[in-house]
Write a protein that binds this ligand. Structure first.
Ligand SMILES: Nc1nc2c(c(=O)[nH]1)N[C@H]1C(S)=C(S)[C@@H](COP(=O)(O)OP(=O)(O)OC[C@H]3O[C@@H](n4cnc5c(=O)[nH]c(N)nc54)[C@H](O)[C@@H]3O)O[C@H]1N2
Ligand SMILES: Nc1nc2c(c(=O)[nH]1)N[C@H]1C(S)=C(S)[C@@H](COP(=O)(O)OP(=O)(O)OC[C@H]3O[C@@H](n4cnc5c(=O)[nH]c(N)nc54)[C@H](O)[C@@H]3O)O[C@H]1N2
Ligand SMILES: [Mo]
Length: 763
């Protein structure tokens, strides 16, 4: 038995290697609230669903590159590393010579694994930068809408990455209005790793002090039961109407802070006029919002008054803007908080993403981390991250984003490492058409995910447990000496080794590797960090060997009394925001000047094109899963334990279950205008009536789907969602919602096949 320190996005841990080769995991001893997701890890060492050798799609290998309808359906051939990399290098040369670097898509969005050196996207981006760059993506699926809107409204992303610290909230907030909740499941995860899960404890501490909670969400369990929240079971996608009506109450009852509007806000007149119906002749009263939101006018009034009666924090989860017109609830929440006049005061104001990950509102994160240099992207060609299918399907077409008109490049070669677009993107059948339009699709994967199955070239990647690395994250207080837990399975290679071999064939090998092995790089990055940022911050870090012997380095505490926009509040003349007015823009002349009716110059209510209707009467909430990180290790123990009848669970209110003559535990079909999938039915009164909740991340299984006459036989919600942007402003992801219907599935239930090895033969 050997034990090795390691790190994951859902917690630091000790891996235990048993004599029989199996792997166990023990949470970090200092973690007060370890994540159940740790139990998903051991499956990675079993070989199940692993890509054990490099593979190539038969049609690509035999007939050459080009758009191909067989992509995603074809047989795979197991081939040797050298012959495959030779062919891939030749294809790279062809594409670069014919169409230049912008024809390569290297955005490669995805969470990959923790670890500073072996981070898959960083490796791929460095490789592509050596070749002259590639088309990349801008923004994230997580909070891409905020990344575009917040600079216009607040002049920075501070409200998103480091709002008022949890410690301050715990000590001072009297009322938390949690729009989209603060679900414990999401705080289990923090990008890059987390050693101590603290959110549940902070919330408990605030409650014990007497803080009160209001949950605005279609799901009651978006906030821990022990917090005794007052549940506002809002109709999904209508938070803007609720917040505008609450704003209307503040203004009509004189509960707003006129002084704060005058001294700290720009455009309050336009915003207040729009509440009175200046835009569309409709006053945004609670009576107006009640039928939209499903919340009575009295409860809307009561909540506005309660908010004005004490120190109130308005939090908005990242999920709420991940929907059509997602800019609006974000802007409306900031406007409501501005009317309350508590922005910049301890425990009051606004924050975006509390609870969305365990990292938000934690450490200030001012210390630079060990980082693999990227050389800079010489091309600087970007598409909004969630417009990938549009780009592949509509080369040369124009689109609008953030006031600019851009043109989609002609993408020929798609190169993905560390992400799973056939999990994360919307309308997967459209994504299939998009991938089939490329000349060549290259995917590095440890597992036979649906993305690997839609590739031409599948490069067998190691998992993090097969490598040595440095675990560190901006909001964590540890650097972990991630050790190798076991040898690589089969012929799997590190992304670094594969890209180094490809770089060498393309004449940039020396530039990419700088002559270092992976181990030398890890030591080099550590030593550079130790002698640079760590030393400057007064951290007495041991040399690499001592660090490895200790297993981790505990970073000194940082000040934790951070209050969002405190200095701006105290003196807006000396500390103006980086907006055109220097103030909070309740109305933005810049945004208004873009002339977008889908996102005008101040927060407005817009009815999404797709709402529940007679054919698809249920509002699907496609949120992030409790039992895994996205699609990662869906075949692991915790994720599998969450399945119902072997499918992804779908939760509905018992009344909706009864109305359809269904029974809990059965297999159902979920349909939308885009596609259909099977699911395992759960009845729960924690779900608002009229809502169906199904999490993302079940591996897309079109094979089992074909056997059942549906798009996916396993339960990937993204066969149901729409592939539209939030608006022309942000063009953010809108995957959180769709209109669906649920019915009984009466055919023979197909076996889920997506964790099996695909049909393969030797070349
Ligand atoms: N409908 C809907 N869709 C959504 C969302 C939603 O709310 N609703 N949420 C969105 C959000 S917020 C996000 S962030 C995305 C997440 O989408 P992704 O980040 O794409 O999802 P992951 O499953 O984390 O994909 C990471 C992949 O990298 C692989 N991997 C792990 N380590 C390594 C490695 O070292 N090397 C290589 N080569 N591969 C590795 C894993 O096996 C996995 O397949 O999904 C989005 N999709
Ligand atoms: N366990 C686990 N944790 C994770 C992840 C994971 O995959 N698994 N993913 C991580 C990542 S990358 C991200 S970006 C974050 C995601 O963080 P979020 O985007 O905040 O999380 P979601 O779970 O998608 O949604 C949170 C809740 O929002 C509510 N909601 C949905 N629509 C509406 C609406 O219209 N109005 C209101 N008021 N509420 C609504 C839903 O009930 C849902 O449970 O989570 C991170 N943490
Ligand atoms: Mo995310």
């Amino acid at each position: 038995m050997s034990t090795v320190p390691h790190a994951s996005h859902w917690g630091s841990f000790t891996a235990v290697r048993e004599a029989d080769g199996s792997v166990g995991v023990r949470p970090h001893p200092d973690d007060p609230d370890p994540s159940a997701l740790l139990a998903n890890l051991p499956v990675a060492a079993t070989g199940r669903a692993r890509v054990l050798r490099p593979h190539v799609r038969r049609g690509w290998w035999e007939d050459g590159a080009g758009p191909d309808e067989r992509r995603g359906r074809d047989e795979f051939l197991a081939v040797g590393w050298d012959e495959l990399l030779d062919r891939l290098a030749a294809e790279y040369r062809r594409v670069l010579d014919t169409d230049g670097p912008e024809a390569v898509f290297g955005g490669s969005y995805g969470w990959a694994s923790a670890g500073r050196f072996h981070h898959a996207q960083s490796q791929l981006h460095r490789f592509l930068n050596c070749l002259g760059g590639a088309t990349r993506s801008s923004g994230t699926y997580s909070h891409g809408t905020a990344e575009v809107l917040l600079p216009h409204v607040l002049g920075s992303l501070e409200a998103l990455v480091s709002p008022t610290a949890w410690s301050v909230v715990e000590a001072t907030t009297e009322l938390v209005i949690a729009v989209g909740g603060l679900p414990a499941k999401n705080a289990q995860v923090a990008s890059g790793g987390i050693s101590r899960h603290e959110v549940a404890g902070r919330l408990r501490g605030a409650r014990a002090r007497g803080a009160e909670f209001v949950l605005v969400s279609p799901l009651r369990d978006d906030l821990a039961a022990e917090l005794d929240a007052d549940w506002y079971a809002v109709e999904p996608g209508t938070d803007t109407a609720l917040l505008l009506a609450m704003s209307h109450v503040l203004v009509t009852e004189g509960l707003h802070d006129e002084e704060f509007l005058r001294t700290h806000c720009a455009g309050p007149e336009e915003f207040l006029a729009s509440l009175r119906g200046g835009d569309d002749g409709v006053e945004k009263t609670p009576e107006w919002a009640a039928p939209l939101t499903g919340i009575s006018a009295e409860r809307i009034r009561a909540l506005a008054r309660r908010a004005a009666a004490g120190r109130t924090l308005v939090t908005l989860s990242w999920s709420v803007p991940r929907a059509r017109f997602g800019e609006q609830p974000l802007w409306a929440a900031i406007a409501f908080a501005a009317l309350l006049g508590q922005i910049g005061l301890p425990g009051g104001g606004f924050g975006h993403g509390y609870g969305s990950t365990g990292g938000v509102a934690r450490r200030a994160g001012s210390l630079a981390l060990p980082t693999l240099p990227q050389f800079g992207d010489p091309l600087r060609r970007r598409i909004p991250v969630a417009r990938i299918a549009d780009a592949l399907l509509h080369p040369g077409e124009e689109y609008a984003v953030d006031g600019r008109t851009e043109t989609y490049p002609r993408l020929r070669l798609v190169h993905w490492a560390g992400g799973n677009p056939f999990h994360h993107h919307q309308d997967l059948q459209r994504l299939q058409r998009a991938f089939r339009a490329a000349d060549t699709v290259v995917v590095h994967e440890p597992f036979w995910t649906s993305t690997a199955r839609h590739a031409d070239v599948v490069l067998a990647a190691t998992t993090t447990m097969e490598r040595v690395d440095l675990g560190a994250a901006r909001y964590d207080d540890r650097v972990i000496a991630m050790g190798r837990v076991h040898e690589p399975l089969g012929q799997a290679r590190d992304d670094y080794a594969v890209l180094a071999a490809l770089a060498q064939r393309l004449g940039v090998g020396e530039r990419f590797t700088e002559g270092r092995t992976a181990q030398q790089w890890v030591e080099h990055l550590y030593e550079q960090w130790r002698e640079g940022p760590a030393a400057r911050a007064g951290i007495d870090a041991p040399p690499y060997a001592g660090f490895v012997a200790a297993g981790e380095l505990v970073l000194p505490p940082e000040p934790t009394e951070r209050v969002l926009l405190a200095s701006f509040r105290a003196d807006p003349q000396r500390h103006p925001l980086r907006t055109p007015s220097g103030r909070i823009e309740l109305h933005s002349a810049v945004v208004a000047g873009f002339g977008y009716d889908d996102c005008p110059g101040h927060p407005v209510w817009r009815e999404p094109e797709e709402r529940p209707d007679a054919a698809f009467p249920l509002h699907l909430v496609a949120n992030n899963p409790a039992g895994r990180l996205h699609s990662q290790l869906d075949h692991g123990a915790t994720s599998q334990a969450s399945k119902v009848a072997g499918r992804e669970p779908l939760r509905m209110h018992p009344a909706d279950v009864r109305a359809r003559g269904l029974v809990a535990g059965q297999v159902v079909v979920v349909r939308s205008r885009r596609g259909s999938c099977l699911a395992g039915l759960v009845a729960s009164a924690d779900v608002r009536e009229g809502v169906a909740q199904m999490s993302t991340g079940a591996w897309f299984d079109p094979v089992a789907g074909a056997a059942a006459g549906v798009t996916c036989g396993h339960g990937n919600v993204n066969v149901l969602t729409t592939d539209t942007g939030t608006s022309r402003l942000a063009q953010g992801c809108t995957g959180q919602h769709a209109a669906v219907e649920v019915s009984s599935f009466d055919g023979p239930v197909p076996r889920v096949t997506v964790f099996d090895q695909p049909v393969t033969s030797g070349a």
